[in-house]
Write a protein that binds this ligand. Sequence first.
Ligand code: AMP
Ligand code: ZN
Length: 488
Amino acid sequence: MQLKIYNSLSGEKEVFTPIHDKNVGMYVCGPTVYSNVHLGNVRTFLSFDFIYRSLMHLGYKVRYVRNITDAGHLTDDGDVNNDRFVKQTRLEKLEPMEIVQKYTVDFHKVLEMFNLLPPNIEPTATGHIVEQIELTEKLIEKGFAYESNGSVYFDVLEYNKRGLNYGELSKRNIEELFANTRDLDGQGEKKNPQDFALWKKASPAHIMRWNSPWGEGFPGWHLECTAMSTKYLGDKFDIHGGGMDLKFPHHECEIAQGKACNEVEPVNYWMHANMLTMNAQRMSKSTGNYILPMQLVSGENDFFEKPFHPSIVRFSFLQAHYRSVLDISNDAMLASEKGFNRLMDAVKILQNIQSDDQKKSVFSLEDWKNKAYAALTDDFNSPVLIAHLFEAVKYIFALNDGKETISTADLEDLKSTLNALVFDVLGLQNVEESNNDKLDQTLKVLIELRNQARKSKNFELSDQIRDKLLAEGIELKDSRDGTTYVLN
Ligand code: AMP
Ligand code: ZN
């Protein structure tokens, strides 16, 4: 079956042909580690984890590079007050590298919780300053960049004059871009408002700074990804991914830098993952419309009526295609939990099913497998794949009820295919007693018993219940609306 990938550059689904046989180079823009990742960020990284797992399952050998942005990343090309790291350093009274370390550790912990595989290389922007200076020098040499007051900018008009088409990814027209640009701070240094920074001069207040041929400064955000992707994957590689919001200007600028430097389209397939919304609004730190991953998993939040296991969150994310917007809500999570538990129950039941080589089954395993793999290879269509998994689930329950039969060979095939798709490809984990529900019910019984003890003034018993649960990492919280629990 041929793998097809939707390419944001062409706007079409294309047959996937890697540059080097079955070897695939994939680069995904990583986090800016200046604060905790929110659940929206997790969705994008999870989408690419599913794509990475799918590629490997389909027999590709993948070199997966995902960077850490630990320098620069200005909210625009303006002054130091827009540097996310500098802002956070002031707020938390920490060294910039303490901020970087703190939130890199948090990022890794969160992704591990959702069972994301680590990339093969995880390079940092600060570890590639030399490469970024070299690229800047090359761009100046080739006439695509100019120095201005200690900063270096990419000359977008010059790039276009040479017929290189700035705007090809985001489908923006450069004339329109020029017409619509506000006059931003610091723009006086630029020839044109669309020019973007390759290197920025550090003001005296800027703590993260490096020596360069243009004086002390720091690299522009777009440059780091060009430096690190081409260093580890070559001037031209197969897949570049990131969230939809990075298409412009970040990825547009990466294309411009790559083409100007190396005279090739840097990437064959551009993939963009869609946003997670909550209350129908994009999840984002700046608007306050966000939830941290731990808050959803622990239950400590105002949006969801109960905690959800990370694997259930993972399942709920994969029930939407990576290119569709996904709105997270209490009802959707409850529905996902039900589906997840049914799927896991089926996987478990299948272990004890007996085969029968005499009777013929109505269910065609071959057809089912074809449909499942058709979904997987159709631009990684996880919701359709999951829908097909539930056909198998129905069949397994019918087998369990004695209403269907399966041959010995098919039973082995079904077991291995289902396990591979559920655990290797979707990356789900068997929540022991995914039956999270069972724990929930048990705790409700204990809370009820404690309430009865309190009513009859048996405080010794009620305290004992609370303390023993706490010793097991389960904290009871009393409020006017009753008692809830938090798993620590
Ligand atoms: P940042 O750390 O801001 O560079 O973001 C890290 C990744 O998260 C980027 O690929 C963003 O596109 C992605 N992202 C940010 N907000 C959301 C959201 N609400 N839903 C999905 N992905 C997001
Ligand atoms: Zn990037």
